[in-house]
Design a protein around this ligand. Structure first.
Ligand code: ADP
Ligand code: MG
Length: 633
């Protein structure tokens, strides 16, 4: 056995850096947080080449005096706590006193700082932990930290840096998380001398949200607030017409610190249950305030996760507040306005229900709780059914969504929806939304693409508007599902299996679901540690990098919520993900041939006799509706 010895400080700092400083974004996070803690009114962040060349952060905070500068970069030196009791009363973002020490160990760092009391600034240079003498320098009150050559002496870390764009994405996210929690501070972010964000101090939090995430989303946010015990909850949640494919647009700030918390994410999903399609995640910006002694922020190296004294109570409060809010919100007003005004003239009395799906699963046969309206299925001239007949599928029940009113005036989509949601909260898709109105070949040939997003064509009944992405996604989903059931997925084998480094949680989730994932043609094996290797993946995704596909699968599996979902739900979820990924996007220009090809495969969606999945693909305006609207009748 070799001798046990104490490690030199520089090694200790490098080890600490390994935990806290993973990439340029981690540096940016730590430095901005220091500037916030220094009471700054303005913080400017300037980045060159995704942070691999330069990270500069300038603030107008309290500054560091010359005699304190060496301490600032010493490990376990902080001005923010003094004793162990303070650890449970943390009111600042930092408190461990190791960020500057770690960063200065793995980069070339220059700190210039001046306190209000002193007439000139002082400067300290550190290269890989080696400190220069402190020299006077011109400086306005505050601190400016400049960092070059990050990871110059830890080549392995440097090698792991991704493209400039990817690193900048992480930096932007780190910046956003701090800027969101401190709207009274003026923040700017520049990359290669281009201004990415300029966020003036905002009087209302809503203004900061609007500058960070866009007016369009900001306008569709609902205010929520509640106070229970010592816990104050306040913020915004998005109208369900906005959602994301992962939970990254859920910003939770606990005492102004951005945190991730699976349980709170789960509460959000629960609150939106039935309001969002499967696989979609709500958007939320929530501030939680509670006494510092009721939380432990010292459980995660970058303090991204915290421990609540009573997590259950916080969960219930969040869920309860949102549920109450949704019950009183008139969500219908925000959605489908044009369709609403149309319906004023139409005679259909039952608004079409959206295709919100409750529990889709690949192997179909989930409960089909269609709304049953008397006479809706009467009449055999229902176009959707007629199409099915031509194709000799009479033995199948008509698609639940292809129904019509008794007088055949209009065709509406009817899908299953959870009974627990009060009808008022279900936005109407609008009259005429349906899956019928298949254009004939000739009609399809005349289809037009608008805004590189919608296809417009005529059908015998009227005018059809098709969402190109939604339709393609649905078609691919149906095709893929058939293939999975028949075990006929086309796979592309990799000549050399590609190793992919995941988080421990992701690696475990992916390997757990290995067999299910293999059904989709994605073959994954363990490779030791948190690395997996991929040896084959679906040919449909040939345009995507295998590691990207696996990462998405992994994030799907880990984002899904607390409980591990049913195997078939996982498969279905992944089918959705793959179809969505492989489908043409809104914004893609289609040639005439492509439009024709897409429309000619439309029957695959129409004739499917199981529950509809995903959002509607098509809107049909019947001739009768149009005539009535334009007062022709
Ligand atoms: P921590 O933030 O956990 O205290 P750091 O290593 O990040 O540890 O910083 C060490 C100390 O340096 C801080 O406690 C603070 O006193 C000082 N400091 C760092 N950055 C700034 C800044 N921008 N303005 C004023 N003081 C700073
Ligand atoms: Mg700090």
């Amino acid at each position: 056995m070799t001798k046990i010895q104490l490690l030199p400080t520089s090694v200790i700092n490098k080890i600490a850096a390994g935990e806290v400083i993973e990439r340029p974004a981690s540096v940016v996070k730590e430095l901005i947080e220091n500037s916030v803690d220094a009471g700054s009114a303005r913080i400017d962040v300037s980045i060159q080449q995704g942070g691999s060349e330069l990270i500069r952060i300038t603030d107008d905070g309290c500054g560091i005096s010359a005699d304190q500068l060496p301490l600032a970069v010493a490990s376990h030196a902080t001005s923010k706590i003094a004793n162990a009791d303070d650890l449970f009363q943390v009111a600042t973002l930092g408190f461990r006193g190791e960020a500057l020490a770690s960063i200065s160990e793995v980069s070339h760092l220059r700190i210039r700082s001046r306190t209000e009391a002193s007439s000139c600034g002082s400067e300290l240079d550190i290269r890989g932990g080696e400190q220069s003498d402190i020299a006077p320098c011109p400086s306005s009150p505050g601190t400016s930290i400049e960092l070059r050559n990050l990871f110059f002496n830890t080549p392995v870390r440097r090698k792991f840096l991704r493209t400039t764009q990817t690193e900048m994405g992480h930096i932007s996210e780190a910046f956003t998380r701090v800027a969101l929690g401190h709207e009274q501070i003026h923040f700017t972010l520049q990359h290669n001398d281009r201004v990415i964000y300029d966020l003036p101090p905002a009087e209302r939090w809503h203004d900061r949200l609007a500058t960070l995430f866009g007016r369009e989303l900001a306008e569709d946010l609902l205010w929520v607030e509640s106070q229970e015990g010592g816990v104050e909850l306040a913020g915004y949640v998005a109208d369900p017409k906005h959602s994301r494919s992962n939970n990254r647009m859920q910003y939770m700030l606990l005492n102004c610190r951005y945190i991730r918390d699976r349980s709170l994410s789960h509460a959000l999903s629960e609150a939106y249950r039935g309001l969002l399609l499967t696989g979609r995640f709500p958007i939320a910006f929530l501030k939680l305030s509670m006494p510092p002694e009721t939380i432990d922020v010292n459980v995660h190296p970058t303090k991204l996760e915290v421990r609540f004294q009573d997590g259950g109570a916080v969960y219930r409060q969040l869920l309860g507040t949102l549920r109450t809010r949704f019950l009183t919100a008139d969500l219908t007003k925000h959605v489908g306005n044009s369709a609403e005004s149309m319906s004023q003239n139409a005679s259909l009395s039952t608004p079409a229900a959206p295709n919100y799906n409750v529990s889709n699963n690949v192997f179909g046969l989930s409960a089909r709780s269609t709304i049953s309206t008397p006479n809706r299925l009467a009449g055999s001239t229902v176009p959707g059914v007629a199409v099915a007949r031509q194709q000799g599928q009479l033995d199948l029940p008509p698609a639940p969504h292809a129904t019509t009113s008794s007088d055949n005036e209009s065709v509406a989509a009817v899908g299953p929806f959870p009974a627990m949601i009060p009808p008022a909260t279900i936005p109407p898709e609008g009259l005429g939304a349906g899956y019928v109105g298949q254009p004939t070949q000739e009609q399809g040939d005349q289809a037009m693409q608008l805004h590189n997003r919608y296809l417009i064509t005529e059908c015998n009944e009227g005018v059809v508007v098709i969402d190109q992405h939604a339709l393609h996604e649905r078609i691919l989903y149906e095709e893929l599902r058939e293939k999975v059931l028949a075990e006929e997925i086309e796979v592309q084998r990799l000549l050399v299996p590609e190793p992919i480094q995941l988080s421990a949680e992701e690696a475990a989730a992916v390997l757990d679901a290995k067999e299910t994932v293999a059904k989709l043609g994605i073959e994954i094996e363990p490779f030791g540690g948190n690395t997996v290797v991929i040896s084959a993946y679906p040919a449909m995704l040939a345009n995507f990098r295998p590691d990207e596909v696996v990462r998405q699968v992994a994030s799907r599996l880990t984002d899904a919520g607390e409980k591990s979902p049913e195997r078939r739900d996982i498969l279905d979820d992944l089918l959705h993900m793959i179809s969505c990924k492989a489908a043409i996007k809104a914004g893609d220009h289609l040639t005439r041939v492509e439009m024709r090809a897409l429309l000619s495969r439309r029957h695959l969606v129409q004739d499917s006799h199981h529950c509809p999945h995903g959002r509607p693909t098509t809107l049909v305006f019947t001739n009768e509706q149009l005539d009535r609207h334009f007062q022709r009748t």
